[in-house]
Design a binder for this molecule. Structure first.
Ligand SMILES: [Zn+2]
Length: 198
C-alpha cells in the first residue's frame, strides 16, 4: 500500500506551486521572450544557445537533466511563434480561437501524469512523458493559457504596449490591466510621452 509522502523538506514546500497553472503560464511567457522571433516571425533574430533556454526552464522549476540540442531550440522557436499569437489576441474570443486552433492541430488527448511519482499529478496534452521538448513546450503552454482564459474570461497574456519591446507577459492579477511587460518599459514610455507633450 502506498501512502502520500509527508511534507518534510523545504523543497517539498513548493511541491504544488512549482507546478501551478500560473507558474506554467509565466514560464511560457519567459520562454517565448527568451526564444526570440518577435512579431515578424522566425528568422528575424538569432536563436538563443540551448544553455540559455535551459536556464529559463530551471528558473521555473525544471529539476531533471535539461538535454536541449540546437534542433530542439529551433522547434521551440517555431512553437513560440505560434504561442505569440495567443498573447497578441486582444479579446477572450480572439485568444480562445487561436488556442482552439493550436489545440486542434498540435496537441494530443488530455491525460494525467505524475512523472513516475516525482511530481504532483497534473494534466498533459503531449503524447507521452518522453515527448520532444518542442511538443512538450507547445502542449503545456496551450494547457496553462487555456485554463487561465477559462478562469478569468480574459486573454491570458499580452504583448508589451511599448513599440520598442517585443516581450509578452501574463496579464493575470487584480487591479487595472497592465499594459507593459515591466516597470522599465512603463517608465520609458511615460518619459517619452512627457517629452512629446513638452
Ligand atoms: Zn516591454
Amino acid at each position: 500500500m502506498r501512502y502520500i509522502r509527508p511534507v518534510t523538506s523545504p523543497l517539498d514546500a513548493d511541491w504544488s506551486t512549482r507546478h501551478s497553472v500560473l507558474t506554467t503560464a509565466r514560464r511560457t511567457a519567459a520562454l517565448v521572450n527568451a526564444l526570440g522571433g518577435g512579431p515578424s516571425g522566425t528568422g528575424t533574430s538569432i536563436a538563443p544557445a540551448p544553455q540559455a533556454v535551459a536556464e529559463v526552464l530551471r528558473a521555473y522549476g525544471e529539476t531533471g537533466p535539461v538535454d536541449l540540442t540546437p534542433r530542439d531550440v529551433d522547434g521551440m522557436r517555431a512553437a513560440a511563434d505560434l504561442l505569440r499569437e495567443v498573447f497578441a489576441a486582444d479579446s477572450a474570443d480572439a485568444a480562445a480561437h487561436v488556442l482552439n486552433r493550436l489545440l486542434g492541430a498540435h496537441t494530443g488527448a488530455l491525460r494525467l501524469t505524475s512523472h513516475g511519482g516525482s511530481t504532483p499529478w497534473h494534466p498533459h496534452l503531449d503524447r507521452d512523458d518522453d515527448a520532444p521538448w518542442p511538443e512538450w513546450f507547445l502542449a503545456s503552454s496551450c494547457m496553462a493559457l487555456a485554463v487561465l482564459l477559462w478562469d478569468h474570461q480574459r486573454p491570458p497574456g499580452r504583448v508589451c504596449a511599448s513599440g520598442a519591446c517585443p516581450d509578452v507577459f501574463i496579464s493575470r492579477g487584480s487591479g487595472p490591466e497592465r499594459r507593459y511587460c515591466s516597470r522599465r518599459c512603463a517608465t520609458r514610455e511615460r518619459v517619452a510621452a512627457h517629452r512629446r507633450r513638452g
